[in-house]
Design a protein around this ligand. Structure first.
Ligand SMILES: Nc1nc2c(c(=O)[nH]1)N[C@H]1C(S)=C(S)[C@@H](COP(=O)(O)OP(=O)(O)OC[C@H]3O[C@@H](n4cnc5c(=O)[nH]c(N)nc54)[C@H](O)[C@@H]3O)O[C@H]1N2
Ligand SMILES: Nc1nc2c(c(=O)[nH]1)N[C@H]1C(S)=C(S)[C@@H](COP(=O)(O)OP(=O)(O)OC[C@H]3O[C@@H](n4cnc5c(=O)[nH]c(N)nc54)[C@H](O)[C@@H]3O)O[C@H]1N2
Ligand SMILES: [Mo]
Length: 746
């Protein structure tokens, strides 16, 4: 589910925002998209916190802000370097923190020198006085929390954006403190859990790397042999290869046909698509998605509603709609946006003939022929599956990497049953929960650990939720120490400075202990593959974090851009800047597909023909692809049809009237026709489209394809028919927040 969309976990939690003195929001609109969580922002503001919003639109969130920067889409890196330029110039950085807990900041200081307020104004369109004011207010009101969501991620430089924002926080010493952190407002209910569970095509559950050690660990935990696991793949190489992403699965079907991008998939193309829930009608390049759907041999859609992927295709047979139980008809653990686990109880038995997702998957496994292996560790002697408790226990025993170990079903249920005994601002419990945090936010290293409310906080002992940064990248780089310096270990730690990840090999030396032969025999090779959990327990006795204590990297040498660099979107309104800040080289075999960057950006000067920035985002009454809410009469009444927000001054240039129809064209040659809605929330250089509609494609009404009685109250053109080609360099999230368009009166 989380594949492609939405990267990063919250370091702190929503209640903790009440402790912030400043809140800076990049590309998120919580007043609309997280209205319940936004309460904490408003309470912080009441207590005097400064609220800063950086967004190309004057949003409902911006309406509550003390400072607002109306940024040109895709230029946040330039903006943040601009803030850093001012911070370094005035000596506002936290020098001690930078020295002890970060690596590579010299490179950032160098790059920031280039980003004077004048240069930043030219690139971002934000007046230099506003930048200066924001940098000052944010630096001088600490702790500050930094919020981001889709406005930062949906760009070709999305991953660089999500590295840049934490760098600002590190410079100010805002990471690992209450009221600080980088707090990413996540998407769907349980999207954090979905990413933790491995709904990502680039790693195994728990973010374990796709390598032999991880596969062996999972095979062991799943009770199958490594040889059997290997036999599931066409060849061993494919075990270690990243899969397709949700953004580009269609390229796997089209496989180079008719000028489509070639793929690298062991010589085969994709023939069947099984969808549990979301993602098909909500992603970019909808005309390509349709082509992909049309060319499938088999399409299976498991969804409580008629997933509209079935509607937008001309495919006539081999489409199966499997009615699926909702969250109210199922139970199990879910993970909140702040890494807290919760137990969800079933409200009613599954209605009519619908089945819960896992049963659909079990039935599929039976037919494909690996049901026995699939359910081995959750079946009893009689073949009964203890659902969901056994699965929850398996997860706890396996996902050591992010510290799920302490999440037994019993503990999670008890927390949910007693949620009223926990404090909203600190997450701390009272009474019998006095030493625990609500939902045992991961990492929760052992079955008695209280959970970790804020990541990287060295002001708490590890046994009470403290930790440094994870030591993942070795000990020395270019002669510099990558481990934390003296004086920056969590309090009460037996080591005062940095230390490596704890393994069977180094545990005696690092912890200064002697293991018994029995312990050695039981112990796994490293803390993250230690079924006995002895490594974690021994570490906690010494107040040592099993994953080490290192510096946070500002230089990531395994990335194409080792430090985040501004690069113009593939379709930029500023051709002069394209030459100065060009995009990446085209990437062969990125998640099995050829992905274009430079060849698109340099093909022509798009800004001439397509002068307007296309911004897509969300509405409060609709969610995601929108089927769930457009099936509600009352929610639909608020926005009965697809529309485009346009500034009256821009509309006047094209003779477009409020409420009249307008056409929007993309550089790919696609178009949509929608109703114009006048607003000053967008400036004269951009328009805004919500992406919650589908069912009509380039004027063709496809709603006749709905089975009788299943059509929603509203259908419309999809914004994603005209969002431009463009994918993030690392995770392939579509550049749905950085495109261009041409408009005309229709
Ligand atoms: N009502 C409602 N709530 C939702 C959802 C929903 O569909 N409807 N979806 C859920 C999901 S799945 C998610 S992921 C979250 C997403 O939550 P948000 O990220 O808040 O969602 P968006 O409204 O898509 O985008 C946020 C803002 O980014 C701005 N933006 C666009 N481009 C840029 C840019 O280049 N730089 C900056 N700084 N800002 C930019 C947009 O103008 C927009 O105001 O919301 C969740 N909550
Ligand atoms: N242009 C543009 N495009 C975007 C975005 C953007 O900002 N701009 N945002 C992107 C983001 S962040 C996201 S997350 C996606 C969201 O888009 P989607 O994830 O595609 O949208 P949803 O409507 O949330 O899809 C959820 C589907 O799951 C079904 N469902 C609900 N409960 C269950 C269940 O228990 N089991 C099963 N099997 N199905 C269930 C619902 O009926 C619905 O059809 O859109 C992305 N697309
Ligand atoms: Mo999302």
């Amino acid at each position: 589910m989380a594949n492609t969309w939405g990267y990063g976990a919250m370091t702190n939690h929503l209640g903790d925002i009440q402790k912030s003195k400043a809140i800076i929001i990049f590309g998120a609109n919580p007043a609309v998209n997280h209205p319940v969580g936004f309460r904490h922002f408003l309470l912080a503001k009441q207590k005097g916190a400064k609220l800063i919003v950086v967004d190309p639109r004057f949003t409902h969130t911006a309406a509550k802000a003390d400072y607002f920067a109306q940024i040109r889409p895709g230029t946040d890196i330039a903006f943040i370097y601009g803030m850093l330029h001012i911070i370094f110039k005035n000596g506002w950085e936290d020098k001690d923190y930078i020295e002890k807990r970060t690596y590579g900041m010299e490179a950032i200081i160098e790059e920031a020198k280039k980003w004077t307020p004048e240069v930043v104004e030219d690139v971002t369109s934000v007046k230099k006085e506003i930048l200066e004011e924001i940098a000052k207010v944010y630096a001088q009101n600490r702790p500050g929390t930094l919020i981001w969501a889709m406005g930062l991620t949906q760009h070709t430089i999305g991953t660089s954006n999500t590295r840049m924002a934490p760098i600002l926080q590190l410079v100010l010493g805002n990471v690992g403190v209450e009221g600080g952190g980088t707090n990413i407002l996540r998407g769907h209910d349980n999207v954090q859990g979905a990413s933790d569970m491995g709904c990502l095509s680039e790693n195994l559950p728990g973010y374990y790397d796709l390598n032999e050690t991880s596969w062996k660990w999972f095979s062991k935990q799943w009770g199958v042999s490594h040889e059997w696991m290997k036999s599931r793949f066409i060849n061993e190489d494919m075990m270690y290869k990243k899969g397709f992403t949700l953004a580009r699965w269609w390229a796997g079907v089209l496989n180079g046909k008719d000028g489509n991008d070639p793929i690298d998939n062991a010589g085969t193309s994709l023939k069947a698509l099984v969808v549990l829930g979301n993602g098909i009608t909500s992603t970019a390049q909808q005309t390509k998605v349709k082509e992909g759907l049309d060319n499938l041999d088999l399409l299976v859609l498991a969804d409580p509603f008629v997933n509209e992927a079935a509607i937008i295709t001309d495919k006539k047979d081999n489409i199966f709609l499997l009615p699926t139980a909702t969250q109210f008809e199922t139970s199990g653990s879910v993970v909140a946006t702040n890494r807290s686990g919760q137990w969800r109880y079933q409200v009613v038995e599954p209605l009519y003939e619908c089945k819960p997702d896992q049963e659909i998957l079990f039935e599929l496994a039976k037919r494909i022929g690996f049901y026995d292996e699939y359910t081995k560790t959750i079946r009893d002697d009689k073949g009964n599956i203890e659902w969901p408790e056994a699965a929850t226990r398996e997860i706890a025993n396996t996902l050591k990497s992010i510290g799920y170990t302490g999440w037994t079903p019993e503990r999670l249920k008890k927390h949910t049953d007693n949620w009223d005994k926990f404090d909203q601002v600190t997450l701390k419990g009272s009474g019998e929960f006095e030493n625990e945090y609500y939902g045992l936010p991961w990492p929760c290293w052992t079955e008695t650990h209280p959970g970790s409310p804020n990541l990287y906080n060295i002001n708490l002992p590890v046994s009470k939720g403290g930790m440094g940064f994870r030591a993942r990248f070795g000990h020395i780089r270019d002669g510099k120490n990558l481990l934390a310096e003296e004086g920056s270990a969590p309090v009460d730690s037996s080591i005062n400075g940095g230390y490596p990840q704890i393994t069977k090999e180094n545990i005696e030396k690092v912890l200064g202990i002697t293991l018994s032969e029995e312990e050695k025999a039981q112990m796994g090779n490293s803390w993250s593959t230690d079924a006995s959990n002895i490594i974690a327990q021994k570490c906690l006795e010494k107040e040592i974090a099993p994953y080490g204590n290192a510096k946070a990297r500002a230089i990531a040498w395994n990335f194409i851009d080792q430090i985040p660099l501004h690069r113009e979107p593939l379709h930029s309104p500023r051709q002069d800047l394209v030459e100065k800040y060009p995009t990446f080289e085209d990437q062969e075999n990125q998640y099995r597909v050829f992905t274009r960057f430079k060849s698109i950006q340099s093909a022509k000067n798009y800004s001439k023909e397509f002068p307007i920035n296309l911004i897509t985002a969300r509405l409060v009454n609709l969610n995601g692809a929108g089927m769930e809410n457009r099936a509600s009469m009352y929610l639909t009444r608020l926005t009965p049809e697809m529309f485009c927000d346009i500034n009256p001054a821009l509309a006047a240039k094209y003779d477009i009237k409020d409420g009249s129809m307008m056409k929007i064209h993309s550089p790919e040659g696609t178009w949509i026709k929608v109703k114009a809605r006048f607003t000053h929330a967008v400036n004269e250089k951009s328009i805004f489209l919500p992406f919650h509609f589908t069912g009509i494609m380039q004027g063709v009404d496809m709603t006749k394809n709905f089975p009788a009685g299943t059509a929603p109250y509203a259908s419309g053109e999809s914004a994603n028919t005209v969002t431009n080609y463009g994918y993030d360099i690392s995770c392939q999230i579509p550049e749905t927040k950085g495109g261009l368009c041409r408009i005309e009166k229709a």
